[in-house]
Design a binder for this molecule. Structure first.
Ligand SMILES: N[C@@H](CCC(=O)N[C@@H](CS)C(=O)NCC(=O)O)C(=O)O
Length: 295
């Protein structure tokens, strides 16, 4: 089966992130068509996914699923061996209910606190409606964790589609410093450590464009949680220790060098460099190269 995922801006598009997690967190290979919103390129992308009008959309061979919940159900049907939904029927009904409530609910939290994976703010004043949404999130997460969560750190133990659905909401709790019980904070932390999420967040941080509509004029807290690479930065002075980009195998571009944990590593373009600077441990090929260079 060949998959092509259609997405928009990684820092801001919470639905695109869910689509990505439904593939990448389950180790399914896929190609990506990406366009920033709004732009003529995004209009062209939309023409490719007609009659779908929003991202994420997933081409499955020549077929199309253009809604995140439809994607989850379709992928679960195509890959019954993967843990999209719990095996137990009562747990499965509950997981589907939570994902569906996320899909159609939490409007105050979603509209007042837009996802922005590049930021962590101090001093955000949450409205009563946002706090009511947060309380409902706590109720649902606490119920699922205590009833079904014994086998792991996720809502139903093992990572599943429902966790992909709640990931952008968890990132909002972190970005806006919203109140969290110990249970919620532990779950938010587990979601932030999922390798597929870390790869997406690193690419979000590497994307050059900022959209002012998603930015708040508030003090910013440093760091973005587990995985932030210490002492990593783009540098202008080479040479790099390697000749080939660890991702593409193409020659290193002299303008795409980073110093990471004391090593000068070269990449084939600035995007590969910047996603590595954002969170090098999310990228096994860079980690392997650094280990080889050290040995
Ligand atoms: N119900 C859809 C929601 C998708 C959605 O609203 N996508 C937004 C991006 S986060 C979009 O495509 N916006 C661009 C537009 O509407 O033109 C889903 O679950 O996938």
């Amino acid at each position: 089966m060949t998959y092509r995922l259609y997405i928009m801006d990684r820092a801001y598009s919470s639905w695109s992130l869910r689509g990505h997690l439904l593939l990448d967190a389950f180790d399914l290979p896929f190609a990506i068509t990406h366009a920033e919103w709004p732009s003529p390129e995004f209009d062209a992308l939309k023409a490719e996914i007609a009659p779908g009008r929003t991202v994420p959309a997933l081409k499955i061979g020549d077929d199309l699923a253009w809604d995140s919940l439809a994607m989850a159900e379709t992928l679960a049907e195509l890959h019954p061996e993967l843990s999209y939904w719990p095996k137990d029927s009562a747990a499965r009904a509950a997981a589907r209910s939570l994902a569906a409530e996320m899909h159609s609910g939490f409007s105050a939290l979603r509209s007042d606190c837009p996802m922005n994976l590049r930021r962590r703010y101090d001093g955000f004043q949450a409205s009563e409606a946002v706090l009511a949404d947060v309380a409902r999130v706590e109720e649902l997460w606490g119920w699922a964790r205590s009833r079904y969560g014994d086998g792991g750190p996720f809502l139903f133990g093992e990572y599943g589609a429902v966790d992909a659905f709640f990931t952008p909401l968890a990132s909002r709790l972190d970005t806006y410093g919203l109140p969290q019980s110990d249970m919620a904070a532990a779950y938010v932390d587990a979601l932030h450590r999922v390798p597929a999420f870390r790869r997406w967040r690193a690419m979000a941080c590497a994307a050059p464009r900022e959209n002012p509509a998603y930015e708040f004029d508030l003090p910013r807290r440093d760091g973005f949680g587990p995985g932030a690479t210490p002492l990593a930065a783009a540098v202008s002075d080479g040479p790099a220790l390697n000749d080939a980009c660890p991702y593409s195998g193409k020659p290193v571009d002299a303008g795409s060098i980073a110093e990471i944990a004391g090593l000068k590593i070269g990449y084939c373009n600035p995007f590969c460099r910047d996603k590595s600077v954002a969170d090098v441990e999310a990228w096994p090929a860079s980690v392997q190269l650094m280990a080889d260079l050290r040995s």
